[in-house]
Design a binder for this molecule. Structure first.
Ligand code: ATP
Length: 375
């Protein structure tokens, strides 16, 4: 049983509160991604799970056993770092076997079998007799993974393991790592600052900011139902558009446009007086003419053709810097400088309390649910 539980884990370094009261239950076999901006406490959380740091307070449990007080070697946890930390004078085979030789009393042939099985899983069998200096970055990364896999641990901890690879290789290794983790079914905590990795790899994502846990949820939950404005802005590329508005009766008044609210949204706003309206770039529609009171006259500032889509930067007046971003079909012809009518459909908007950042209302998922293909 390898359920990993963090129970109110706090870690201080002198005056710095690196991790504050973090509670997460990670299921047996789950792939949990810890994500957040630089300095948010991701690595410290991971190092505390590994036993490389001691929590200032709180407890970490593996199954029913508390890990508090146990040394890293006693934790049945294998860690893969961003720097592969391979021994340059040893072959791949020796690098992978070394940890087992040191920490177990397995017979030499049993160790070799484990090394060869892991090498096959990682598709590096033909590299076993090479030294790290004779390998590409991606191959070295596989060896580093292999070294963790042979230990057959209860938990893998991975700290930005793909960040030294180029973009194409990183995308390949993302898929590969997911396959391996699914095959092995080992509970995994994976740290990254890259929201794309988080979205594509995690069964669930835990988002940290300033040492505090902001939300834990599946990729689609955190994308469509963010708990607060930080999560809404962090997850998604290009980021969600935000407009600070004032509540005036049953509408929002902003510097650039007014936004009438439905009764449902008005109720969700409650007593808040300042509200931030959020809308994802793909939910902004560029329509031929103003037809509803959620349509606004704008000017195209810059167009970035990405092939499959155009990323369109728009402003509310010709002499203004761009105010928001829309992503539209790549085949659609749109030129900088031309006027455009932007529609912010009410079912797609998010509303946040401007003061606290808390989500007051998230986008409706009705449309998403009804467009799901039947299998
Ligand atoms: P990055 O993505 O940049 O690696 P991170 O989210 O992993 O960042 P941590 O390395 O966990 O962040 O650091 C969290 C906070 O704790 C930061 O403010 C950092 O400066 C501080 N910190 C980390 N390690 C130490 C240490 N050994 N002594 C003092 N402060 C530390």
């Amino acid at each position: 049983m390898a359920q990993l539980s963090l129970d109110s884990v706090t870690k201080r370094f002198g005056n710095v509160l690196a991790v504050e009261d973090v509670t997460i239950d990670i299921d047996d076999g789950e792939f949990l991604v810890l994500v957040g901006p630089s300095g948010c406490g991701k690595s410290t959380t991971l190092r505390t799970i590994a036993g490389l740091e001691t929590a200032s307070s709180g407890d970490i449990r593996l199954g029913d056993t508390s890990l508090t007080g146990k040394r890293p070697k006693e934790r049945d946890i294998a860690m893969v770092f961003q720097s592969y930390a391979l021994y340059p004078h040893m072959t791949v085979r020796e690098n992978m076997a070394f940890g087992l030789e040191e920490s177990t009393d397995l017979a030499a042939d049993a160790i070799q079998r484990k090394v060869e099985d892991a090498a096959e899983l990682l598709d590096i069998t033909e590299l076993l007799d090479r030294k790290p200096g004779e390998l590409s970055g991606g191959q070295q990364q596989r060896v580093a993974l292999g070294r963790a896999i042979v230990r057959d641990p209860e938990v893998f901890l991975m700290d930005e393991p793909l960040s030294n690879l180029d973009a194409k290789l990183r995308a390949e290794m993302r898929t590969e790592l997911q396959r391996i983790q699914e095959d092995l079914d080992t509970t995994t905590v994976y740290v990254t600052h890259d929201q794309t990795e988080a979205m594509t790899m995690g069964d669930r994502i835990a988002i940290l900011d300033g040492g505090q846990l902001q939300q834990v949820g599946t990729p689609l939950e955190v994308y469509h139902q963010p708990a607060n404005q930080f999560v809404a802005g962090f997850i998604g590329e290009p980021s969600m558009n935000f407009f600070e508005m004032e509540v005036q009766g049953d509408r929002l008044a902003g510097e650039q446009f007014p936004y009438p609210l439905s009764a449902e949204h008005r109720e969700a706003v409650g007593d808040a007086t300042r509200v931030t309206l959020g809308i994802r770039p793909e939910d902004v529609e560029l329509v031929p003419a103003v037809e509803t009171d959620h349509d606004f006259e704008t000017v195209v500032d810059v167009v970035e053709p990405m092939g499959d889509e155009n990323v369109v930067y728009l402003s509310f007046a010709a002499d203004e810097e761009h105010a928001f971003v829309a992503t539209v079909d790549g085949m659609r012809s749109i030129d900088a400088g031309q006027p455009a009518v932007a529609r912010f459909p009410e079912e797609a908007i998010h509303l946040f309390d401007t003061v606290t950042g808390e989500a007051l209302a998230n986008r409706s998922l009705d449309r998403l649910e009804t467009t799901e293909p039947e299998l």
